[in-house]
Design a protein around this ligand. Structure first.
Ligand SMILES: Nc1nc2c(c(=O)[nH]1)N[C@H]1C(S)=C(S)[C@@H](COP(=O)(O)OP(=O)(O)OC[C@H]3O[C@@H](n4cnc5c(=O)[nH]c(N)nc54)[C@H](O)[C@@H]3O)O[C@H]1N2
Ligand SMILES: Nc1nc2c(c(=O)[nH]1)N[C@H]1C(S)=C(S)[C@@H](COP(=O)(O)OP(=O)(O)OC[C@H]3O[C@@H](n4cnc5c(=O)[nH]c(N)nc54)[C@H](O)[C@@H]3O)O[C@H]1N2
Ligand SMILES: [Mo]
Length: 763
């Protein structure tokens, strides 16, 4: 029998055994398989959290009430009834308010297959019935998506595709300065899946060759290299000040590359003037030392080494998920311009090495087709992280990328393939705002905190329960994904759900084009064959591909050097910016006249910062979890085992632990004015003493305990702040929050979110 395969954002797997004996084995070619995958089958089989049947919230079914809360009761209904209700709700909103009153931004990572991509299916369906209000940009890097086109003249996607290939970095770079670290943890993941996790391989190779890695992060654990990386731990949110002081020193040492600055950039003079004190404050190491809380001498030493070594400056994506985050990554780029090593092998500027596996992959980038989503007749959208603002203030005004805009009035919210009650900030605020629409429909395979806050819940299959294709433009293989287990309960593929729903709108022919899922995949594959031919690669026919399961084209490597041609000849290879150069000052951004985003990187003190924190306040770090993809596989083995008495664990410094009288295994309440959560305690000296690290993704379990609303499961987003990074991108600022901590001596409330909701009968 031929080997069968499947894939997820955390890796690709061989399927072994059948039924209860099914096992997933990482591909033999994968040097560092992800831990996340070890919990995948558990999560898919978890009878306590999988959605078995369509369900309708009792209060909505009976009175159309909006009392959406995590502990609502549900009535299970047959598929036809659920789809009638959902169809009627859509029709009524469209008739009364028009399609723009449907908010279906539906942000989220869902699953990795190319055809059963939740949002694509949803958008395709909604586009056939007149469209919807969508969202733009991502939670991952909205700041970068909006900023790069203005200053490097490329979309974030193309800019990242063009990063210098890892092997060149491994061979050439002598000093890898990693703002936000470069953790094996985050590189477990690649959007759309990967057959090999290689980031660690390349980094180890660089280190073995003698490259020094400097981990600039409040967490000392953020770099796993064969030898320990050097570690500089500025206060969170102060990296821009550090960058300016590094630039000050590079100028002072005479290490600035004026040839590069003159030929390849614009605005260098303004940047230099500001660094040297055009506002009356020279950005000296002493100045930055006060802000960043790192010794001035360390800044001087690092600047000196940067000016005399082959240096790569890498900014993790986390750097811009923070207040003023666009300005920080822009500052990092400016520092790289001052050093002038952009366009040379293995040096320059990196954005996102290590933030996922995909950045710097040494493979040819192919363009592959995806499910056509059709045209959305509704033009309106919101920046993705402004969802609570929209729900709270229909008609309210805001600014985004230089435009004055107003929020639509969302009467119906449709979410498929995402978990806003995991991913959004200030969740207690969202929990209130979420009660404003008339109807909320959620499609998911599990009873997430979001599904529990829906009126109509439509159970989907998981990727393990259907056939699909893994196609990723940065990959060297394509996989035919075979279903590994049978669909849970009455769950159906997203495609079949929409196909059935489209019957109620008379749009089935437009939606399905008369094809089954299998026929769609075949059609998609044929389009891949055509796309492949035009890019010099012959793909096998559909039947052979399905039988083989894996099509390998790993011979198509590439050695990319970012901006190599531009550096050599900036007139011929102009950047698609206003000036044709890299913009250290942007006339476009200046023209927007934003009070929170200057025309060139400048230091701005964040609203919540350790720089002026009160006694007892900590900075909350809430990075990506090691054992999950966000909230996915929270019920899997690795995630469960990593918890303390069922709760997410926060890491605290020994000094903080002593001051608060806590030891390993204790429980603390982490809180601020926005909310509170309970978390287990793990003590580690590898972090700043004034920070607490609580990863994201424990399913939100909000409860009133002694008159206080808190997440008893340890979700950090009850504590994070929900404002735009700047008015330029309006990205989320998950990484900018201050909290307090107190030992929890009370009774430990049970975790309910990992059990089924209450079901009641309709009568
Ligand atoms: N505090 C804090 N918050 C953060 C971040 C942070 O660093 N700190 N990071 C942010 C970032 S970068 C991101 S990208 C977001 C991630 O936020 P999300 O992408 O929303 O998180 P996921 O848990 O991946 O949610 C995906 C959902 O899709 C469901 N799903 C899986 N397969 C299918 C399917 O086939 N069909 C359907 N309909 N549903 C399916 C899953 O069960 C899950 O509920 O979180 C953001 N939130
Ligand atoms: N295992 C796993 N991997 C993932 C994901 C997952 O859910 N699980 N999600 C994927 C997704 S969607 C994304 S967008 C990427 C995100 O990738 P990243 O943005 O790189 O990951 P984060 O964990 O958010 O942040 C990395 C580190 O930045 C540091 N940091 C935080 N604030 C500051 C600061 O102010 N200054 C400095 N210098 N450092 C700071 C923290 O120490 C944190 O550990 O990860 C991807 N990889
Ligand atoms: Mo992300």
């Amino acid at each position: 029998m031929m080997q069968k395969y499947t894939a997820a954002h955390w890796g690709a797997y061989e399927i072994h055994g059948v039924g209860d004996a099914t096992r997933l084995k990482p591909l033999p070619r994968d040097p560092h398989p992800s831990t996340i995958g070890e919990g995948w089958l558990d999560a898919v089989r978890d009878t306590n959290t999988r959605i078995a049947r369509p369900a309708v919230r009792e209060g909505w079914l009976k009175h159309r009430d909006r009392a959406r809360s995590g502990d609502a009761a549900f009535v299970e209904v047959p598929w036809d009834e659920a789809l009638d209700l959902a169809g009627d709700a859509l029709k009524s909103v469209i008739e009364t308010y028009g399609n723009q009153a449907i908010y279906a931004g539906s942000y989220g990572w869902s699953a990795a297959g190319r055809f059963h991509h939740a949002q694509s299916q949803m958008r395709r369906f909604l586009n056939t019935i007149g469209g919807f209000t969508g969202s733009v940009n991502t939670y991952s890097y909205a700041g970068a998506e909006v900023l790069w086109p203005h200053i490097v003249g490329q979309s974030n996607m193309y800019f990242q595709n063009d990063m210098t290939s890892w092997p060149v970095v491994a061979e050439q770079c002598d000093l890898f300065v990693a703002f936000g670290g470069i953790a094996k943890r985050a590189a477990q993941v690649t959007s759309a899946g990967t057959t090999a996790h290689e980031t660690q391989v390349w980094l180890d190779r660089a280190v073995a060759r003698g490259c020094r890695v400097v981990n600039i992060s409040p967490l000392g654990t953020d770099t796993e290299t064969q030898t320990r990386a050097e570690w500089m731990a500025p206060r969170p949110g102060t990296d821009c000040a550090l960058i300016l002081a590094l630039a000050f020193e590079v100028f002072r040492n005479g290490h600035a590359n004026s040839d590069f600055l003159n030929r390849c950039t614009t605005g260098a003079q303004r940047f230099e003037d500001y660094v040297k004190g055009s506002d009356g404050i020279p950005k000296t190491p002493e100045w930055a030392a006060q802000i960043c809380d790192v010794p001035a001498q360390d800044i001087r030493d690092l600047a000196h080494r940067m000016g005399t070594s082959k240096t790569m400056i890498n900014m993790a994506w986390s750097m811009q998920r923070a207040e003023g985050g666009e300005i920080t990554i822009w500052g990092g780029l400016c520092l790289a311009c001052v050093l002038g090593q952009i366009g040379l092998p293995g040096t320059g500027f990196g954005y996102g090495y290590g933030s996922t596996e995909s950045v710097g992959r040494p493979h040819k980038v192919y363009n592959w087709p995806s499910v056509p989503q059709g045209q959305n007749p509704v033009q309106d959208y919101i920046p993705v992280a402004r969802v609570t603002d929209m729900l709270e203030s229909p008609g309210g005004s805001y600014s985004y990328n230089g435009q004055a805009r107003t929020y639509p009035d969302a009467k119906l919210v449709w979410w498929s393939g995402g978990n806003p009650f995991h991913h959004h900030q200030d969740l207690i605020r969202l929990d209130k705002a979420w009660r404003s629409p008339q109807t909320v429909v959620v499609m998911d395979h599990s009873w997430t905190a979001t599904a529990r806050r829906a009126d109509i819940v439509l159970p989907t299959t998981s990727a393990l329960e259907r056939d699909d294709i893994m196609i990723n433009r940065l990959e060297t293989a394509m996989l035919y994904m075979s279903s590994a287990v049978s669909p849970y309960g009455q769950s159906r593929d997203d495609y079949d759900i929409f196909s059935d729903l489209s019957l109620r709108f008379g749009t089935q022919a437009a939606f399905s084009e008369g094809r089954s899922a299998e026929e769609w995949q075949h059609t998609l594959w044929q389009a891949c064959q055509t796309a492949g031919s035009s890019q010099g690669i012959e793909l096998p026919d559909w039947t052979s591909f399905k039988t083989q399961g894996l099509f390998d084209f790993s011979g198509t490597g590439r050695r990319q050097i970012q901006m190599e041609a531009f550096r050599k000849d900036p007139d011929t290879h102009r950047r698609a910016t206003h000036s044709g150069r890299i913009e250290m000052e942007s006339a476009t951004v200046a023209a927007m006249q934003l009070d929170d985003c200057p025309a060139s990187p400048e230091w701005r003190m964040p609203v919540e910062s350790l720089c002026d924190a009160a006694q007892g306040q900590f900075h909350l770090l809430s990075g990506q979890p090691d054992t999950r993809l966000h909230s996915q596989n929270d019920t899997g083995g690795p995630s469960k085992r990593s918890k303390s008495q069922g709760r997410e664990v926060c890491t605290v410094h020994p000094d903080a632990a002593t001051a608060h009288g806590v030891v390993n295994g204790d429980t603390v309440k982490v809180f601020n004015d926005r909310g509170a959560c309970l978390a287990g305690v793990r003590i580690s000296a590898h972090m700043r003493p004034d920070c607490i690290s609580l990863p994201t993704g424990a399913w939100l379990d909000l409860r009133e305990v002694d008159g206080e609303v808190m997440c008893v499961h340890g979700n950090p987003n009850v504590l994070t702040r929900d404002v735009g990074s700047t008015q330029l991108s309006q990205g989320n600022i998950a990484h900018s929050a201050l909290v307090r901590m107190v030992k929890w001596d009370g009774e430990l409330p049970e975790i309910r979110v990992h059990s089924l909701p209450r079901f009641v009968s309709a009568t």
